[in-house]
Ligand binder design. Structure first.
Ligand SMILES: [Fe+2]
Ligand SMILES: [Fe+2]
Length: 636
């Protein structure tokens, strides 16, 4: 599992930059090693482009004038006209390329790629993956090869190079930040093909960054078309602005000359400034399915199929392990809401929740939510129990892969417990003397921590859903404390370090989960203001004419406030689809803290307890037998 998530560190970034840098320098300069074209009246074998960076000194009229020019000597036509000598001089200068030119180009490209890799490493978690970086560097190389071919063999404007066919799918499947970085790197690379075209660089950046800003994080293809239209407008405006800045006029092409022939249209920069994004956007729609497959992203249609309860694996889970299925359904609702709250993929999280405990369908009786009587763990040594519980992850992964479940969904199976320790069995074997000399690692899951925001949400939600079922008559503050404890604990253990979840995300997730759990418990939970309102209503509903309640006489000494009697649950107030009965479930907050982790009384520090799914050390301290019964659901 881990090999699929190999990270690219600085050394890998350096190696990638050197390798692809050498490839790109070769791509850009290979034609310069050919001898310069000798103008014999024969057609040019390639297009020569002089970007608007050269200073032209007019020696023909004898006057001294300076002008910024961008010249293009078209392939297939003989070199002639008043600029023929200048093109010749330019070609003589570049062919063969000098050591200085090669060194400058190589250094520039290496720096560009190295900075791009560094930028990717900052984009946790997707940008840091080796496969992602390899794919992006390969994509840049393909853009350079395609662009070079267009520049050499056609006389079309360089702005037809459809950079957005690369940057839009990247944005769709790897996010806006990576898409923006890919846009800038691609634009810089393409501008070096000319060799350095400032106008091209600025226009491509403006087009690409506009399009990436429009792309919806939910991969809506309409947003791609909208981004394409916006990029077309911005392309024309930015080209006009840069042209005015550099040459103080806007080359209108056919609009000015009235020549609407196809070559004239294709050669016109102004038209290409709008046409390039259009071609790029349309190509992006064609490339998107390939990019989706390469990045392992699951399409909404596939997710809808996977979420169908008639799916054979879901039917297997619901029929063999109904308790686990109820837990998965509850989780799906809570986790999807939390994902939507932070703009993550709620549909993917919902599907992940359905399948995360799929492996329990192999041996459902090892898990409390599916037990109807005997608990097999009562008769098993702790290490065998631990193995039985671990197996729900490994068998779940095997089962899902065997049935062709996409890896993005399988990932939820091997990340939802990460490398958590089975506290209950670890403490049980310690208490029994650990004669076999087993190590702590032997009681830890062999999964991996969540590497996406979606899997991070599910890991939190798994604990929240299981723990919320242990709350008895909670108020909103109880639920909030529980959710915060679970998130704090996962943060402390470093489980969410690589998930890409920010502190702001975690706050929104906590708020959403509190509200979801409260809603799921509907009648059972009230806000403090609701309780206050109810009390006021009861007071107003006293029969008219009845004597007002006497004002309390001042007490000679402050008496302790009477402890309210616990509210008796109504028959309809069952716990939320929980297989754990009220007798089995004990409020987490009321369980004694284990000596190992207890905080001093009155401490205001957050209470670092184990995640309730693993918090059986609490149970152990209070009632070992009952803890074993709870184990299946909270310590799976
Ligand atoms: Fe699990
Ligand atoms: Fe679970």
């Amino acid at each position: 599992m881990r090999s699929q998530r190999r990270r690219a560190g600085p050394i890998a970034g350096l190696m990638l930059s050197l390798f692809f840098g050498a490839l790109l320098v070769g791509t850009i300069t290979f034609d310069l090693f050919l001898a310069p074209h000798v103008p014999t009246g024969a057609p040019l074998p390639y297009t020569v482009r002089i970007p608007a960076m050269g200073v032209y000194k007019d020696t023909i009229t004898g006057g001294a004038s300076y002008q910024l020019l961008s010249l293009r000597a078209e392939r297939g036509r003989p070199l002639e006209g008043k600029h023929a000598r200048m093109v010749q001089a330019y070609e003589d200068l570049r062919r063969p390329p000098s050591t200085a030119l090669l060194f400058g180009l190589a250094t520039g490209i290496f720096l560009l790629l190295f900075l791009f890799a560094a930028q990717l490493r900052a984009q946790e978690p997707t940008g840091t993956l080796l496969w992602t970086q390899l794919g992006l560097f390969g994509g840049l190389t393909l853009v350079a090869i395609g662009g070079k071919a267009l520049l050499l063999f056609t006389s079309w404007s360089a702005m037809w190079i459809p950079l957005m066919a690369f940057s839009l799918p990247v944005t769709l499947y790897l996010g806006r930040r990576i898409g923006a970085a890919a846009t800038v790197a691609g634009a810089a690379l393409v501008s070096l093909l000319v060799p350095v075209d400032l106008t091209l660089l600025l226009v491509l950046c403006a087009q690409g960054l506009t399009a990436t800003a429009f792309v919806s994080p939910h991969r809506n293809m309409r947003s791609v078309l909208l981004g394409t239209l916006a990029a077309m407008v911005v392309g024309v405006v930015s080209f006009a602005a840069v042209s005015l800045l550099l040459v103080q006029y806007v080359p209108l092409g056919p609009l000015g000359a009235g020549d609407w022939s196809l070559p004239s249209i294709l050669n016109a920069d102004l038209i290409a400034a709008a046409g390039g994004p259009l071609v790029g956007g349309l190509l992006a729609l064609l490339v998107a399915p390939l990019a989706r497959r390469a990045t392992g992203v699951v399409s909404p249609q596939e997710l809808a199929q996977l979420a169908n309860f008639e799916h054979p694996l879901l039917r297997r889970l619901s029929s063999r392990a109904p308790g686990t299925w109820a837990h998965s359904l509850n989780m799906a609702n809570i986790a999807e809401m939390a994902a939507n709250a932070i703009g993550a993929d709620g549909q993917l999280v919902r599907v992940g929740a359905y399948y995360h405990d799929l492996g329990k369908s192999a041996e459902p009786n090892y898990f409390i939510e599916n037990q109807t009587g005997n608990n097999p763990h009562d008769e098993m040594p702790p290490e065998a129990s631990a193995d039985a519980i671990f197996s729900h992850v490994t068998s779940g992964v095997q089962l899902a892969r065997k049935h062709g479940i996409p890896e993005a969904v399988v990932e939820f199976i091997y990340t939802h417990h990460a490398t958590d320790r089975l506290e209950y069995f670890w403490h049980k074997i310690i208490k029994s003397g650990n004669k076999a000399g087993l190590r702590e690692q032997d009681f830890c899951y062999q999964g991996m921590p969540p590497l996406t925001r979606e899997t991070g949400i599910l890991a939190i939600c798994d604990a929240v859903e299981a723990a919320s079922r242990t709350l008895k008559n909670p108020d909103v503050d109880d639920i909030r404390k529980l959710v915060r404890q679970i998130i704090f604990t996962k943060l402390e253990k470093g489980i969410l370090d690589e998930s890409g979840l920010s502190i702001a995300d975690l706050r929104k997730i906590a708020d959403s989960m509190v509200e979801s759990v409260r809603s799921a418990m509907h009648g059972r939970v009230k806000y403090p203001w609701q309780e206050k309102e109810e009390r006021q209503q009861q007071r107003h509903q006293q029969p008219e004419g009845s004597a007002p309640a006497p004002a309390p006489a001042p007490a000679p000494a402050p008496a302790p406030a009477p402890t309210p009697a616990p509210r008796k649950p109504k028959p309809s107030e069952g716990s939320i689809a929980s297989p754990v009965t009220d007798e089995e479930a004990e409020p987490l907050k009321r369980r004694p803290r284990p000596a190992l982790r207890s905080k001093p009384t009155g401490s205001h520090e957050p209470a670092w307890v184990d995640s309730p799914e693993l918090g059986v050390d609490d149970d152990l301290a209070s009632d070992e037998l009952r803890s074993a019964r709870k184990l299946g659901s909270r310590d799976e």
